[in-house]
Ligand binder design. Sequence first.
Ligand code: ATP
Ligand code: MG
Length: 392
Amino acid sequence: MFQAFLIKYGEIGIKGKNRHLFEDALMKQIRHALKPVEGKFFVRKEQGRIFVEAESAFDYDEVIAALQQVFGIVGICPMVQAADEGFDKLAETVNDYLRKVYGDREMSFKVNARRAKKSYPRTSMEINADLGERILAAFPNMKVDVHKPDVMLDVEIRDQIYIYSQIIPGPGGMPVGTNGKAMLLLSGGIDSPVAGYMIAKRGVKIDAVYFHAPPYTSERAKQKVVDLAHLVARYSGPINLHVVNFTDIQLYIYEACPHEELTIIMRRYMMRIAEHFAKETGCLGLITGESIGQVASQTMQSLAATDAVCTMPVFRPVIGFDKQEIVDIAEKIDTYETSIQPFEDCCTIFVAKHPVTKPNINIIRRSETHLEERIDELVQTAIETTETIWVE
Ligand code: ATP
Ligand code: MG
C-alpha cells in the first residue's frame, strides 16, 4: 500500500552550509542501506525534506529495518502518494488509507493539511475541515481532537498528494561521514563493536584494526572479528579492517619484560600500531571499548599508561557503562551473539596471573627499554605484513 517514505531528521546544528552537507550525507547513507534490499528506490530531496520512493514492489519490513540503521534518521513516515484527481477522490484515498492502517480502532485524530501547491482549490483550513467530516462520516470509531489527537493525519498537497500519519522511530544520531573518521580497535569481544557503533552514530566514519596472534589465535577467531565488522558496517558503512599479525611482538614482550606488565605493554604497542594506521588513513582519533575498572588493564592508571603513547585523542564511548549496559546495546545492534562465541583472544593468551593494576608509567617505560634491540624492526614488519580487508 505504501509507495514512499518521508524521512524525518534532527535539524539542530545543521543550519546554513552544514545543512546540505548533512542532507547529502544522509541521502548517501540511505542509498547505501537500501542497496541490499530487493526493489528499486529513488532517494530525493525536495524543499528540505528527504523522500525515499519505491519504483518497484518491495518488502515493507525490510525497508524499515534498513532505514532504521541509518544514523541521522529520527523518524520514518510511510506514505501513500496519490495523483490530484479532485477532492472526492482524495477523501476516498484517505479513508482507504485509514481503514488499512487503523481499521476499527477507537481513536481521535486531527487532519494536518499543508498546501505546497497554492493553485489547489481549497485552503489548508478547508481541507482540514472537509476531510475531517468525510472521515467522521466513514468511521464511527474515530473522533476529532485538535489538541491531543492519538493520530495526526498529514496531508501534503504538492505535485502529488502525500498522506501519512505514522512515525516509525529511526536510530537518531548524525549521518556517517559528517564528522570525520576514526580508527576502532576491534577485538572479538562485546565492548569494542558497541564502541564503534556509538562513535559512528555521531557521524564518524570508522576503520578498524584487529591484532591477530596466530597460531595462538585461530583463523576462526579472526573470522569472528570480520563477522563483527560486518555487523557494525550495517550502521557505519564499509569498514577497512587492518589485521595485524601481533605474534612476534607479543612473544618478544613475553620474553623481555616482567610478566605482570605484559598486558599493559602489549596494549601500548597496540595503540602505537593503531595510531600508525590511523594517521596513514586520515583518521582523527582512536576508539576502544574500554570501561573504567572492568579489568586490570582498564583502571585509571592503566588507561593513562596506554594513552601516554598516543598523540591522537582516544575515544572510549563506553567508559562509564557497566557491563550489562554494554550488553544491552550489543543485543540491540545484534553483535552480542557473535561476540560471545568462544574463541581465544590474543590478550588472554599471554595474560599474567597477577597483572599490575596501578602501573607506574616510569617503570613501564623502563621495562620497555628491554625491547630496544628488536622492537622497531618487529613493529615495522607487523605494519608491512598487515592484511587489509574491505568489510561491508
Ligand atoms: P572487548 O569486549 O571489546 O574485547 P574487553 O573487555 O575484552 O573488550 P580488553 O580485552 O582489555 O577488554 O580490551 C580493551 C579494548 O582494547 C577493546 O575494547 C578493544 O578496543 C581493544 N582490543 C583488545 N584486544 C584487541 C585486539 N586483539 N585487537 C584489536 N583491539 C583490541
Ligand atoms: Mg577483549
